[in-house]
Design a binder for this molecule. Structure first.
Ligand SMILES: [Zn+2]
Length: 1019
């Protein structure tokens, strides 16, 4: 008889569906009532919304509306002895609460938009009793959000199901037996005996099914049992499986919905772990736990208990899963410092691995930051998203700019939403590029991005595939337990040097410019405040605002989440975060000013006419122009200190300045402008060099059509001929030591006003920009072709810099077209070069001899439909697009001798970002001298990046780093009462005590080394 099984294989999917449909039988409808609101209300206020009686087919709100649902009914008498559940699907996310108002289970719409190849996201089954008595009343409350897992309303948005049902346990078990074996077929070689025997078994079951379910379920399971009982997977590769619900703290939904998603996700994880004894669920991000603690304290107690049991794993070392492209160096330190401290304080666990599965590229500064915070291991999967090159490793040593290595595991399955099916196991084995030297891999399973997490289906599959003959064995355990085993194999792991660049999402270096501006200003504002708060505490006894600083830092760190700072969230997220940023910015400014004033109050200003105290927060002496009242003063201020100036003194002589619409000139530069406003010549008088190549023009403000989205613009965008902003007016003036040309450009209803400023004695040409932007689907860039020849350009990152090619020799070079830089990027040949500095921009490109900065992108918001609302009045913002607002930013053109380091680019970029700060004072006696430096270094290579109070007391923390890539010895002079100095790690734990001689400590730095000192203050 010919073989027919292959021809009838497609019936197996039909049979599976048939079994699935027979697993639950509705026996009684429920009465549905809802109290609807626009914003969430707590359990106690659940009846305060607009009351509504709902039936199947009814709709109950608009996107992100809220409601408390009450489902009432009765278990019918004939269900006595049965396993009874409720089936609930209101086309929104539900969190079921118990009578005491504690979340007990999350349910999610069955129709969520999702990649169904990873499994079905819906959860609709609420357990009631394994054996009903019959006639029990049902009365269930649930907090609902009118959105699916991914911030949409799926399907027609109507209530789909609300019923008491019987779960036929044997049919349900048959369903998973059958499903796992059917999926197993996809993993098995078609010519294997195992494949054919499984196919035979499944086909035999379909024959039995003709006799009808549920009666034949036991008989059918008996057919499959021997196939599932064949145990003994091949131990060459062992897979550790941990449950997960990747939670974007904001993305296609606002932050407030994330908090509710947390209650749904954690309560589901806890409920399932009560039913499945092997289940281990992991969750990262202390911020997310903090929300549970604040909003759902009883649920949080249960979370704590599960952590103690080892069933719920706090994961990752950062406060949130942060972007690491744009976040500053000290901010990354705080992510780890506050993140690890939270898990330690709350759960007593010391996290030694970083968990960033979804971040858009990884800074080469991270290995050192991690290692110095006791984090030896890193895990992600995101580089599998790269568009051009395939990353060659899954288990490797990742080496950062300073040479520090951390062990890295890139999930071979290339997803953190694994269905935990046989095909997942097979995919891991097939994909794992380092399987020749590693016997261990991690599987991260569940429904994620919008939370949810594993459902019963994942856990039923894992029971069946645990040690199934024909697959690698799978063990449910924590990520930490996996890493322990996997690290033992690390000796032979290959090494990858430098950044982990994601060849995708380059638009996120620019999108949502105001958020990026505020992020930079907050990072630096907090730097200034912490430093002044320490000093004001020492010299004036002003209290250190520790609690406020912690809260503000936590909120700044929250907005560095990998869908907020990169610009990939919906509009509401930015409306809310920009408003919060503005408030925090003002508060930090006010706290800072109060401390400046407290310091200035102590200064003896007698004998001056109109005194002011000028503060310098940078760790080197500065000589710069400052405006005091209406006067210009050339202030010379020592490192990390202040100087007193007299605005009543005559303005010093200024070398001759020229300012006209065609020319700006001082003693360093002569800059010539064309009629269209662009720069056609920059003559550096000190270098004796023309910096703009003959026939080319610089600061060309070009606008490209950008049909991309928040994440991406087309790789070939530069092939088009861009539009150019049109110069409409040009106005020159001399203001004291400044030669200024004010240019106004227009394009459509957008306007860009730029003050191009050249200060006497300075080679830095600043472009102080105000932009009113109304273009859509477009990208504004500025371009500086320069007369420099170099095959590599240099870009500042956190705690150092790195080099990237200026050519496209290989596909790896080609892919890195738009790259991140922080305060500066530089193109230098051996004898001189040009840097482009900025105060809030990140998207850079230096190819050939053109330095190119991405200033703004106006892309459709995620989730926005470009076709909707396309008729809007001219000049009004199109609310479907990002960055339709007013912006301010500054960038600067800075030519110099030598390379970036020799040319002082690092100092100049800091100076642009951290201006001297002036406090006018009245004449008074004082105990403090007219000029003071509290911290001083004897080498320009080392930068003090942070001074703060210790998290655990009143010691002072000083963080420094070697900024040039050299080995240097440095002496740090401490001009305040210090009784002991220790070197500490980034967690502020003492590593070793240092000798303090003559109020100074000797320090030895390796290239780009970060050092943390812990100072004990005395009387
Ligand atoms: Zn994410």
């Amino acid at each position: 008889m010919p073989e027919y099984k292959f021809y009838t294989k497609h019936h197996l999917e039909v049979a599976l569906r048939m079994i699935g449909e027979a697993a639950y039988v509705e026996i009684s409808p429920l009465t549905i009532r809802a109290w609807c609101t626009h914003e969430p209300v707590p359990f106690e206020d659940r009846c305060t919304g607009e009351p509504r009686a709902l039936s199947l087919g009814d709709t109950w709100g608009d996107l992100f509306d809220c409601a408390w649902f009450r489902f009432t009914g009765e278990i019918p008498a004939e269900a006595a002895g049965e396993h009874v559940v409720l089936l609930l699907n209101v086309n929104g996310e539900l969190c079921v609460f118990d009578d005491a108002g504690v979340p007990v289970r999350g349910l999610t719409p069955v129709a969520s938009n999702y990649d169904y190849s990873l499994g079905t996201p819906g959860k609709r089954v609420l357990e009631i009793t394994n054996s009903a008595q019959g006639s029990e009343p049902i009365d269930v409350w649930a907090d609902a959000g009118y959105n699916d897992l991914f911030g949409n309303v799926s399907g027609d948005g109507t209530v789909k199901q609300a019923a008491v049902a019987v779960c036929r346990d044997e049919v349900r078990a048959l369903y998973y037996d059958f499903e796992v074996l059917l999926d197993f077929l996809k993993a098995l070689p078609e010519d294997s005996a195992r494949y054919h025997q499984v196919l035979t078994g499944l086909t035999d079951v379909t024959h039995v099914l003709y006799e009808g379910l549920p009666g034949v379920a036991t008989k059918a399971r008996a057919i499959l049992k021997p196939l599932l009982d064949q145990r003994g997977g091949d131990p060459s590769l062992q897979i550790s499986a941990v449950g997960h619900a990747h939670m974007d703290l904001a993305w296609l939904w606002p932050i407030r919905e994330t908090i509710r998603k947390g209650a749904r996700t954690f309560s589901t994880a806890i409920e399932l772990s009560d039913r499945y004894p092997d289940y281990v669920f992991g969750a990262s991000q202390p911020q997310y736990f903090q929300w549970m603690k604040d909003h759902y304290p009883e649920l949080y107690k249960k979370i704590k208990a599960k952590v103690q049991e080892g069933r719920l794993e706090p994961q990752g070392a950062m406060w949130v899963e942060a972007d690491t492209n744009v976040s500053g160096g000290e901010a990354l330190v705080r992510q780890v410092l506050l993140g690890k401290r939270f898990f330690k304080e709350e759960f007593g666990v010391d996290i030694d691995y970083l968990w960033l599965p979804d971040v858009f590229g990884y800074s080469a500064a991270l290995p050192q930051i991690l290692s110095k915070a006791g984090v030896t291991t890193f895990s992600t999967q995101k580089l599998s998203w790269s568009l051009i090159n395939t990353f060659p490793h899954h288990s490797f040593k990742w080496q950062g700019i300073d040479g520090t290595q951390v062990l890295t595991h890139m999930l071979p399955e290339e997803t953190y939403n694994s269905p935990a099916a046989p095909r997942s196991v097979r995919r891991i084995e097939q994909n794992y590029r380092d399987k020749g030297i590693s016997h261990h891999s991690l599987m991260v399973y569940g429904i994620g991005d919008g939370g949810g997490g594993p459902g019963a289906e994942h856990l039923e599959r894992l029971i069946r595939i645990k040690n199934l003959a024909g697959l690698s064995p799978v063990k449910q355990e924590s990520a930490a337990d996996f890493f322990k085993k996997w690290r033992k194999e690390a000796d032979r792991f290959p090494t990858w040097v430098g950044e982990l660049y994601l060849e995708r999402h380059e638009g996120t270096l620019t999108t949502e410019a105001r958020n990026k501006w505020y992020n930079r200003k907050m990072e630096l504002g907090l730097r200034g405040l912490e430093w002044r708060a320490v000093i004001a505490g020492v010299v004036a006894g002003t209290a250190y605002p520790q609690d406020r600083l912690t809260d503000i830092w936590r909120e700044v760190l929250l907005y560095q989440f990998h869908d907020i700072l990169p610009g990939s969230s919906i509009k509401r997220v930015y409306d809310e975060s920009v408003a919060r940023y503005a408030t925090m910015y003002d508060e930090v400014g006010a706290l800072s000013s109060a401390r400046e004033a407290a310091i200035a109050e102590l200064v003896d200003t007698q004998g001056l006419v109109s005194p002011a105290v000028v503060h310098n927060d940078l760790s080197w002496a500065r000589s710069e122009w400052v405006r005091v009242s209406e006067n210009w003063i050339f202030a010379e201020v020592p490192s990390m200190g202040y100087a007193t100036v007299d605005a009543g003194a005559p303005t010093p002589e200024v070398a001759e300045l020229t300012a006209s619409s065609a020319r700006l000139e001082n003693d360093c530069l002569a800059v010539s402008f064309a009629g269209d406003g662009s720069i056609v010549s920059v003559l550096d008088k000190r270098l004796g060099r023309e910096l703009i190549p003959e026939g080319e023009s610089a600061n060309r403000l070009v606008v490209f059509v950008d049909p991309g989205d928040a994440w991406d613009f087309p790789m070939d965008y530069a092939e088009q001929t861009p539009r150019t902003m049109v110069l409409v007016s040009s106005e020159a003036r001399i203001d004291g030591p400044l030669a200024i040309l004010k240019q106004t450009y227009r394009l459509g209803t957008s306007e860009l006003v730029q003050e191009i400023v050249l200060a006497s004695g300075s080679s830095r040409l600043d472009f102080v920009t105000k932009l009113h932007w109304r273009e859509t689907a477009s990208m504004l860039r500025t371009q500086f072709p320069v007369a420099v020849h170099a095959e590599e350009a240099t870009y500042e990152i956190q705690f150092g810099h790195l080099h990237r090619p200026t050519h496209r020799n290989t596909t790896w070079d080609l892919a890195r077209d738009e790259v991140v830089a922080h305060k500066w990027a530089d193109l230098s040949q051996r004898d001189f070069g040009v840097a482009l500095l900025n105060d809030s921009k990140y998207g850079h490109k230096i190819k050939g001899n053109v330095i190119d900065l991405n200033l703004l992108r106006s892309a459709p918001y995620p989730g926005a439909n470009r076709e909707v609302n396309n008729t809007f009045p001219a000049g009004e913002p199109h609310l479907g697009y990002t960055d339709q607002s007013d912006h301010v930013f500054t960038y600067a053109f800075y030519p110099h001798a030598g390379d970036a380091v020799e040319g002082g680019v690092i100092e100049e970029a800091y100076a642009l970002n951290v201006p001297l700060s002036v406090t006018p004072v009245i004449l008074h006696a004082g105990v403090a001298p007219k000029s003071m430096s509290w911290l001083q270094l004897d080498t320009p290579n080392v930068v003090i990046e942070a001074v703060k109070q210790a998290e655990d007391g009143d010691d002072v923390i000083v963080r420094l780093y070697e900024a040039t890539g050299a080995s240097v010895d440095a002496t740090l002079s401490l001009n305040f009462p210090v009784v002991a100095v220790s070197e500490a790690d980034l967690m502020e734990n003492v590593v070793e005590d240092l000798d303090v001689a003559d109020v100074a400590v000797r320090l030895s730095f390796t290239p780009f080394e970060i050092k943390t000192l812990r100072l004990k203050l005395g009387a």
